[in-house]
Ligand binder design. Structure first.
Ligand code: PHE
Length: 340
């Protein structure tokens, strides 16, 4: 009896194994016949009802059937695995003879490029390049520049205040103070650097940006000298004719003071977000150094005079490369940086 059932199960299982069309179907067959609750396991439970002399022969037969089914199953399973692997190999492959994609070398940030160009230009005109700290004293950033406490001009520059009379410099002008004390008159210096203002960020305002300060102190320095150097500077930077205009400008550390504007190179005049729809961009505030500033640095204003300017380096870079949003510059976005 039990032998008959066993033969039946064996031939059904064999047929099912060869009929299984997928690996999953095959696994279902295995569970059905060879699994812990499968048909063969069910039969072996019935063995306990057999007479002892039958047990041995039926047990042997059961093992044979089980082993042979397991073998069939393994063969079929191996065939499915191989087919799956072949299919994968047919679609997924790499050509090991291709050249490697390589690492792209970095490039110099556009701000740094322009800064270096201007440095070269001024060095060729006899100027020294100076550096100053980004954390400054209130005195260097304001007082020594003729902006005493409670002077309304302090409100023109929204300041990040630190403790102990320190602040993040709001402009590169404190390097004027350091330069005058370090070099003494006569002097020609520029000071490029990072400055900070507590401002709302938008397409044309960043809390962190770059300026390039310039100063020349000598006997008989006049507005004519200032204009000459500013024109040389702009010609060197833009390598083309740019339309400029001079307006009176107020800065406590220069007298007279000017705002040198250039016609917006992004829109060419009609107005865009960068020029706040005015067609002009403030680029170069400048003027003759105020006697108080000279005096504060120990220079006699009766003997020496000079000019100073504070170039908006970040603005300049935006003009030069037609960048319409200041936020790109510090974004670290490779899609942007790769273009330089
Ligand atoms: N330090 C001024 C500013 O950041 C710019 C400036 C520099 C104006 C030198 C005149 C002379 O607003």
């Amino acid at each position: 009896m039990i032998e008959e059932s066993l033969q039946q199960i064996a031939s059904k299982a064999q047929a099912a194994i060869s009929a299984a069309a997928t690996s999953d179907a095959l696994e279902a067959v295995r569970v059905e016949y060879l699994g812990r609750n499968g048909s063969l396991a069910g039969l072996s439970k019935e063995m306990k009802n057999l007479k002892p002399e039958e047990k041995a022969s039926v047990g042997k037969l059961l093992n044979q059937v089980k082993n042979s089914l397991e073998q069939d199953f393994d063969v079929r399973k191996a065939a499915f695995d191989k087919a799956a692997l072949d299919a994968r190999l047919a679609t997924e492959w790499v050509d090991l003879t291709l050249p490697a994609s390589g690492t792209r070398p970095g490039s110099i940030h556009p701000c740094t490029q322009v800064q270096q160009e201007i440095e070269d230009l001024f060095v060729s005109l006899g100027f020294t390049v100076l550096d100053g700290p980004e954390v400054e004293t209130e005195n260097n950033n304001f007082d020594a520049l003729n902006i005493p406490t409670d002077h309304p001009a302090r409100d023109m520059q929204d300041t990040f205040w630190l403790t102990g009379g320190h602040l993040l410099r709001t402009h590169t002008s404190p390097v004027q103070v350091r330069g005058m004390k370090k070099l003494g008159p006569p002097l020609r210096m520029i000071a490029p650097g990072r400055v900070f203002r507590n401002e709302e960020v938008d397409a044309s305002h960043e809390h962190t940006f770059y300026q390039l300060e310039g100063m020349m102190i000598d006997r008989n320095v006049s507005i004519a000298n200032l204009i000459y150097f500013m024109k040389t500077l702009l010609a060197g930077i833009f390598k083309r004719e740019v339309t400029v205009r001079l307006r009176p400008g107020y800065f406590p550390f220069v007298e007279p003071g000017f705002e040198l504007d250039i016609q917006c190179l992004i829109c060419g005049g009609p107005g865009c977000p960068v020029c706040k729809h005015s067609g002009w961009v403030e680029l170069l505030p400048c003027g003759l150094v105020h006697p108080n500033v000279l005096r504060n640095a120990g220079i006699d204003p009766e003997e020496y005079g000079g000019f100073a300017f504070g170039l908006g380096l970040t603005r300049l870079v935006m003009m030069r490369y037609a960048i319409d949003d200041i936020r790109w510059l510090q974004s670290g976005d490779l899609r942007f940086l790769k273009q330089f």
